[in-house]
Design a protein around this ligand. Structure first.
Ligand SMILES: *Cc1c(COP(=O)(O)O)cnc(C)c1O
Length: 375
């Protein structure tokens, strides 16, 4: 009988209940500090329209996105939440931030001046202040912190509700950058923190660095979505994503057969190959060519040959034939091959695997999101 996924070659299941469980685990870990939710890049590719209300239903009230557009979209989903925009003010953006009740993360003295000027006209406007303690990416560099310390009046009109910085090496607990950035953050807090501003340093990995790093608000993204916060420790978070590809065709080939574009794989003995409907146009990275693996049940099957646009080829010689038939599903990401493992095979990080998940997969959300309280 035809099922609902018959038109799709691959199915992406996103477990909202697991996201909520991860949120709760982080809340417990934080021992009193507030747990915000980072939902930039469409909630790391998992769908902000589903993920943000689920987090809100779990009690999350503070959210971060990267861009103004993402903030406007999120405001439509969560009328009451505190929404911060990491990229800060862009030219012409001030009015839009005000119109949508979004809070810019102020990354420079110029942005502080623009926001404070607006606040002096309209009444204080909430924002976050970002101090660069070692990323050299966004945020006030040391010279601007010094200038601000000399002239605190510059912030009048800006209601700084949050002062934050971002760690460069939080996934390496022994890295000396962590302590150095912690000290730099504390120093900046001493010099420029406005009265009443809450403090925030930790993203996902930072939460696991210890109590010193937790401050008032943590900003996890990856951990909510099940990625491991520390590569060298067991992952305490629940897996969120399952990605299943459909077997389209199975063939038995002779030794010496080559597979796929470039003939980069040559069978050294007779083999059984399964062709699966997923490829780089789905976000199944081409770097997984001859390196990735899928699972059929608990058994690992290697990707052989190059990943093409719509297809990959698996060597399923070792699997019982009745489990490898056209229409059967194999796990590209699943209980035995988590996102982080696939990322290692691809030579990247789980973040890139998630945010590359294309719109071509049939998406299924598992676990009903609680209704949004208060609107
Ligand atoms: C993306 C981002 C986060 C979330 O990081 P995770 O590692 O996904 O938890 C937090 N803070 C800033 C400034 C970010 O850019």
């Amino acid at each position: 009988m035809p099922g609902p996924d018959d038109g799709a070659a691959a199915v992406l299941s996103i477990d909202l209940t697991a996201i909520v469980a991860n949120y709760r685990l982080l809340v417990a870990r934080l021992g009193g500090a507030e747990c915000a939710g980072v939902v930039k890049a469409d909630a790391y590719g998992l769908g902000v329209a589903e993920v943000a209300p689920a987090l809100h239903g779990a009690g999350c009230r503070v959210f971060f996105v990267a861009t103004l557009d993402e903030g406007i979209e999120l405001r439509g989903l969560l009328p009451e939440a505190e929404i911060y925009v990491f990229n800060g003010l862009t030219a012409g953006g001030v009015e839009s931030f005000v119109a949508h009740a979004l809070r810019p993360v102020l990354n420079s003295l110029g942005e502080i001046d623009a926001w404070a000027a607006m606040g002096r006209r309209r009444g204080p406007l909430a924002a976050a202040l970002h101090i660069d303690t070692g990323m050299a990416r966004l945020g006030l560099p040391p010279a601007e912190v010094a200038a601000l310390a000399e002239d605190r009046f510059r912030l009048d009109g800006a209601a700084v509700a949050l002062m934050l910085s971002h760690l460069a090496c939080a996934d390496e607990p022994e890295h000396p950058m962590n302590a150095r950035q912690l000290a730099a953050f504390r120093d900046a807090v001493r010099r420029v923190a406005p009265d009443g501003a809450r403090l925030s340093l930790a993203a996902s990995s930072g939460i696991f660095l210890g109590a010193d790093y937790r401050f008032d608000v943590a900003r996890p993204g990856a951990a909510l979505y099940g990625l491991r916060p520390q590569p060298d420790a067991p992952n305490p978070l629940a897996p969120v994503v399952r990605l299943q590809g459909k077997i389209l065709q199975v063939r038995d080939v002779d030794s010496d057969t080559t597979v796929g574009y470039g003939a980069t794989h040559r069978c050294t003995r007779p083999a059984r190959l399964a062709t699966v409907g997923a490829g780089y146009a789905y976000g199944y990275l081409r770097s997984l060519s001859n390196r990735g693996s899928a699972h059929i049940g608990a058994e690992r099957v290697p990707v052989v040959g190059r990943v093409s646009m719509d297809l990959i080829t698996l060597d399923v010689t070792a699997i019982a034939p009745e489990r490898v038939t056209p229409g059967a599903l194999v796990d590209l990401i699943g209980p035995h091959n988590p996102v982080d493992a696939l990322a290692e095979e691809a030579g990247t990080i789980g973040y890139e695997i998630l945010t590359s998940l294309g719109r071509r997969y049939r998406r299924r959300y598992v676990g009903a999101a609680a209704p949004v309280a208060g609107g």
